[in-house]
Ligand binder design. Sequence first.
Ligand code: FES
Length: 69
Amino acid sequence: MIVCHCYGITDHDLRKASTGPAGLNSSPKSAHAGKGCGGCKALIQKVLASSLKRDNPGTPGDATQPERS
Ligand code: FES
């Protein structure tokens, strides 16, 4: 799905770039995400947060892990 319409950046682009050593800046295309109108910033954060949870199971908010009390 397209996340940033200003630059045509997809959720796949963001997830792929976020795993690089320089994060979003590791991809010239993804480095522009959110730097146009800014209307996509909340969605960018959601995509990156879900990617982080997927890559780090057991972190707070991970629905695959039971809640700790
Ligand atoms: S939609 Fe991403 S900066 Fe405008």
